[in-house]
Every structure is written in C-alpha cells, then in structure tokens.
Design a protein around this ligand. Structure first.
Ligand SMILES: Nc1nc2c(ncn2[C@@H]2O[C@H](COP(=O)(O)OP(=O)(O)O)[C@@H](O)[C@H]2O)c(=O)[nH]1
Ligand SMILES: [Mg+2]
Length: 659
C-alpha cells in the first residue's frame, strides 16, 4: 500500500531519518504526527496512555511523492543502543528536544555521537507551546554542546504567553498554527520585523563562513535570494557544517508540515550517505542489518538498509536463502519482490545473519562498521516459576539476545545462576515482560549472588585415618597433609613428599584429586583458592586400601584441616571507571566512597571535553544498583564500566556477604 497517490521511482528517492533525543521529548508524538501528515491512517495513541518506547519503531510513507522511512528511537539511555543502531543506517537524524534551556545538557552525549559519526542532523524543538524563556537562550545552551553552527529557521510568534505561530526566517513569511491542519499564512506582526531581519542576517552570516560567493554578497551588502540560501543550507547540513533548528508542537501537529518540507529539500539522498560511509558506488549488492526481530508468521526479520545494487526475493545472502522482503507502509508488513539501493526493508529468514552484519548476494568488499553495544551496567538473576520451562526459557533468551545486542545472558559456573546483563532496570524489565508477552514464560528475578571465594591464613598439619571393617573386605587409608596458604592469585597446588612408599604411588593421584575436590567448597561454602596441599606421609593396608579409601580419608582431612586453618572469606574487588560531566565528579567520588570504594584518582575523559573518569576499586557486592544511584544523581548522564581486579579478605563482612 502506497499513500498519496502515485509512487515515484523509489530508487532515486528512498530516504531514511531517525527521531532521536531524550526520553519524553516527544519523539513518538512527532512520529505519529509526521505519518498522519503524510496521510497514513494511523490511530494516534492516547498521550496519557503512551508508554515509554523500548524498541525502534518503523514507519514508511510517501510525502509529496518522496518515499520515506522514519525510525522512532527510544530515548532512555537504557535503550541507547537501539538509537545507535538506527543512526548507523539513516541519511539524517532529527534531534527532538524540549524548549527549556536547562535540559540542553541531556543532549550532550547524543550530539557527541552525531559529531563522532559525522551524521547530518537537525534539531526540532518540540513542545514549543511550553516555551517560557526565549528560543535564543535554548539555542545558546544547545550550541555549547555542538561543534557545528546552529541556525534558527523559525522564530516563534507569541500571543501573550502562548506561542501561536512562527515566522519562517528564509522565506520571511509568517504562519499561524492550526490544530491538525497546515498552518495559515498571515502578516508578519510589525513588532517582529526587526527580529526577523536579525535572524536572517545571522543565518546568512553562518552560511557565508562556508561559501565565498555568499561571503562576497554579505560584504557588498547584497541580499542573497532564498534559492541561494536554501541551496547553501542543504549543502552545509549534508556536509555536517550546520544544524538547522526548527520549532513545533507534535502533539498539536504544529510545525510538522514545515519539518516535512525541510526534510524533503535537505535530507541527503542514500547515495550521499553511502559515500559518507565509505561505500564504493560500484560492486556487488550491499546491505547492512541494523535490527533483528523474531516475528510470528514472517519468521526472523533482518531490518536492513540497502546501499548498492538490488536484491530479489529468494536470493542467497551470506549463505542464507532469503524468504521474503517486507516493507511497512501501514500496520501490516507488505511483501515486495525486490529491494533497490536506498530502500529500507526487512529481509526474512536470513538464519545465519546477525544485527550489524554487512550482507551481500555476492562478495563483500567492505565490511561496514556498526556500533558496539555498551558494556552491561546492571544484572539480574532469573528463575522460572515452573522448572519445566527451563529449556523454553533458554531458547527464548537466545532469541531475545539476538534481537538485542545490549543484552547478555550468562550462566555463572560458581553460583549456578542464569544472569541477565544489560543497561538498567527498565531494560531488563522489558526483557522479562517480553518473555511473558511473546513467549508466555513467567520468570522471577533477584539480585545475583556475588561469587565469593575463601582461603586460609594459617598452615596446618592434618592427620586423617579411615578404618572401616564391614563384614569381610574393609577400607583403610591414612594420610598426613600439610595445608598452607599461598599468595593471592597463585591458585591450588598439590604435591607429595612421600618417601619409601609410605603411600604407594598408585594412590597418590587419588589423594590429589580428593584434595582439589574438597577445596571446591570450604567452611563458608565457597570455593577455596590459593592453598597448597602436601601429602607428607601416610600408611596403607595391602588388602583394604583403595583409591576410594584414600579419597575419603583425604576429604575428611581437608574438611577438618581447612576449618582449623583460620579460614577467611574473599570478596571480588572490581576496578571501576565512572564517567560523568565534571560538575558531578565530586558527587561520583562520594558515591563510590559510600560503597566501600577506594578512589584511585580522576582525570579528564579522553576525547570527552567537560567529562571526567573517576577510577576506584569497589567490592563487587556494592555494584548491583550503582548505576541506578549514579544516574539519579547525574541527570541520567553518568555511566561506568568495570572489570575484575583482585580478591580481598572480607573480615567482618561475613554475615553480610554470605547472606
Ligand atoms: N505540551 C506538549 N506536550 C507534548 C508535545 N509532544 C509530546 N508531548 C507530550 O510529551 C510526552 C512524551 O511524549 P512522547 O512522544 O512519548 O516522547 P518520547 O519519549 O520522546 O517518544 C507525552 O506526554 C506527550 O503527550 C507537544 O508538542 N507539546
Ligand atoms: Mg517514544
């Protein structure tokens, strides 16, 4: 189904944009407003019922004859990887934000990503109905985080406090907003003429920085024509030199058609994006998968952007046979026979293909980069309510992890727990929800156990004798063991100092094995590490001794000996790096100290102006909800990564640790 009448030649005009920005800025509202304006029979969601987006949403439509794919990205930092994946394949990003200048900082990481990846973007200041200060203050606050020049394309017209319309800076026309309809052309309010002229001068001045012909005109005081300005605007936007700023109120459909027109004129074509991504114009068909979904009746879908050539249904891509190409012009997927360069489609049943993969029907000359998922910062152990579901759960989790590269599922050898690792509470709750909704699997979650270890602090000499006479054949073994601590990290060591066959050679390996087995569970119930066990002497019986008897004797000796050897609990200490905007550095340090952290120092975060990295050694037991507190104290911006550093004695922490 194509809307707005005839579809143009898609190969020329199939473009993609992503709506990105902080949570709650109105991306989903704008997504719906844009599709509605394009004539899509969309049921608008009730704003009060609209829930947080946790996954990418794709809308496809035509607007004034051009074919578009719009990706609505979740805004929460916990789903940032979804947005990063979308940004990898779009021609332009629309950064949606709120008018309050105080919120600008929340955009810093996103603006950084866009700059790093050289992605063209424009800013849509949404909720303009809530504007309190001046738009220029918002722009100034945003400019502080952007290394491209922001240019204001619209100035709000105020009717008392309320914003009732805008003046379009380049065309020098004024419009009054109308709900659900195109805005109405009106006279520029006389008191705004000066501000309009100022805004136009400012805009032309920025553009003149990048164009000599324009600069000459400015110097000679000649007014450039709108056509010249539009031309330069598109060029600079695509080239990553400027960022246009548009205004609107998605909820009321205000400024949405203006946005559409800007997109129509200024979003670079797919060929330019391919070039920006270093893809040669000639070669075998080339596409990249940015999202994987296991859908009911279509099977596995690999959402992809096709950068070169064309791909027909039934083709073989990276060794998998393609079975269905889908577009999404309405609520239901629509099958198409072929996809061509520029198209964004879902390829069905590419079983061997993963998110991020570069795919081709021929040979892959260039493997396209794809963002790495961020390291996990939050974990939950899971258990099924019904044991019989265990196998089903592991199958479902495998699919979910394939759909979501920011999710890791691991099985902890020591604790026996299945642990979900991800980006925060909301992220993992969404996973649990999905297990319930899509797979009818009920699971419970809890804080994962810490993999404590133990060791001993004193050497002991342990004599252990097994002597059993039951009926005819008896059991006899006698061992003398030296059990001693070793330096941290040295592990387990078994040796023997048997002379003269006090314990026959054939039984010695059994003693070693039993000693090692016994060390797997020490007096506190955790694995015992960094000890040496030496078999120094023993006796045997020519009939009643056996491997089994020596094992039993050793095990008994180990249990008794370890308990006497001043055992101590060892807790894993992680090396933690917390990254925060530097105004939060002191807060981050206090937070880590409050969690038994030992601060190692802090320094500017490499390549992140205005951010610091705080390094600390922190017990693993204290990290479980660190991300939650860190985010709540840093406007959601702070993050951390960590790795195992060492094991440390946890004296006096026993009750707490072992709980
Ligand atoms: N006042 C006002 N509220 C808006 C506007 N657009 C969206 N909202 C509200 O902002 C909230 C977040 O919107 P949503 O689209 O879910 O944000 P998202 O997280 O960026 O997708 C919702 O309560 C919307 O009703 C707008 O133009 N004006
Ligand atoms: Mg949303």
């Amino acid at each position: 189904m194509e809307l707005n009448g005839a579809t143009p030649a898609r190969e020329k005009r199939s473009r993609s944009v992503a709506l990105v920005g902080p949570y709650g800025s109105g991306k989903s509202a704008l997504f719906e407003a844009m599709l509605t304006a394009a004539g899509l029979p969309l049921r608008r969601s009730d704003p009060r019922a609209r829930t947080m987006s946790t996954e990418l949403r794709l809308g496809q439509c035509t607007y004034l004859g051009d074919s578009w794919s719009i990706l609505d990205c979740p805004g929460s930092i916990e789903f940032a990887h979804e947005a990063a994946a979308a940004l990898a394949v779009v021609d332009l990003a629309i950064v949606v934000c709120e008018p309050a200048a105080s919120r600008a900082m929340a955009l810093a990481p996103l603006i950084r990503t866009l700059a790093d990846k050289a992605i063209p973007y424009l800013i849509f200041i949404n909720k303009i109905d809530t504007l309190e200060g001046r738009v220029s203050d918002t722009i100034a606050a945003l400019q502080a985080y952007a290394n491209r020049a922001l240019v204001l394309r619209q100035i709000p017209i105020r009717d008392g406090e309320a914003v009732s319309g805008y003046v379009d800076v380049v065309s020098e026309r004024a419009y009054r907003y109308r709900k659900g309809e195109a805005s109405e052309l009106v006279q520029i309010p006389p008191e705004m003429r000066d501000r309009e002229a100022e805004a136009l001068d400012a805009l032309v001045e920025v553009l003149a920085d990048h164009d000599d012909a324009l600069l000459e005109k400015v110097l000679e005081d000649v007014k450039p024509t709108p056509a010249e300005i539009y031309g330069q605007l598109s060029k600079d936007l695509a080239g990553g030199l400027t960022v246009e700023v548009l205004l609107g109120a998605a909820e009321n459909d205000h400024g949405v058609r203006r946005l559409w027109k800007a997109l129509r004129h200024e979003v670079p074509p797919a060929e330019s994006t391919a070039q920006r991504r270093g893809i040669a114009p000639a070669g075998d068909p080339l596409a990249q998968v940015f999202k994987t979904v296991h859908a009911g009746h279509t099977g596995k879908l690999s959402y992809s952007r096709l950068w070169r050539g064309s791909i027909k249904d039934g083709a073989t891509l990276n060794g998998s046979r393609l079975s269905g190409i889908y577009r999404f012009p309405g609520a239901e997927p629509t099958k198409v026979a072929e996809a061509v360069a520029g198209d964004l489609v879902a390829f069905a049943r590419l079983e061997t293909v993963l998110t991020g993969d570069t795919i081709s029907t021929g040979t892959i000359a260039e493997k396209l980069p794809f963002p790495e998922p961020p390291p996990p910062v939050y974990s939950l152990a899971i258990a099924t309510e019904n044991r019989k579901d265990d196998v089903k759960v592991s199958g479902a989790l495998q699919k979910l992890a394939e759909e979501d590269p920011a999710l890791t599922v691991l099985h902890d050898q020591q604790t026996g727990e299945t642990v979900l690792q991800g980006q925060g509470e909301m992220h993992l709750n969404a996973v649990v929800d999905k297990l319930a909704r899509a797979y009818s699997l009920k699971i419970t979650t809890r804080r994962p156990q810490v993999a404590y270890k133990e060791t001993i602090r004193r050497a002991v000499h342990q004599h252990s004798r097994l002597k059993r006479q039951t009926g005819g054949h008896g059991q006899f073994a006698d061992v003398k063991l030296d059990i001693a601590p070793r330096a941290r990290g040295e592990g387990f060591l078994f040796t023997d100092k048997i002379v003269g066959g006090a314990v026959p050679k054939q039984y010695i390996p059994a003693v070693g094995e039993a000693a090692e087995e016994a060390a797997r569970k020490g007096p506190f119930g955790y694995p015992v590490v960094d000890i040496s066990v030496t078999l120094v002497d023993g006796t045997f019986h020519s009939v009643d001794s056996s491997d089994m008897a020596f094992k039993t004797a050793t095990r008994l000796g180990m249990t008794e000996g370890l308990a006497k050897a001043d055992p101590v609990l060892l807790e894993p200490i992680q090396h933690v790096t917390v990254s925060v905007p530097n105004e939060y550095t002191a807060k981050a340090q206090r937070l880590l100290t409050g969690r038994r952290g030992q601060i190692l120092g802090y320094a500017e975060r490499p390549d992140w102006p205005g951010w610091d990295d705080v390094e600390a050694l922190v017990p693993a037991a204290e990290l479980h909800d660190l991300i939650i507190e860190l985010r709540s104290q840093t406007m959601g911006l702070g993050t951390f990564r960590h790795h195992f550093d060492h094991l440390a004695e946890a004296r006096g922490r026993l009750e707490r640790g072992a709980a």
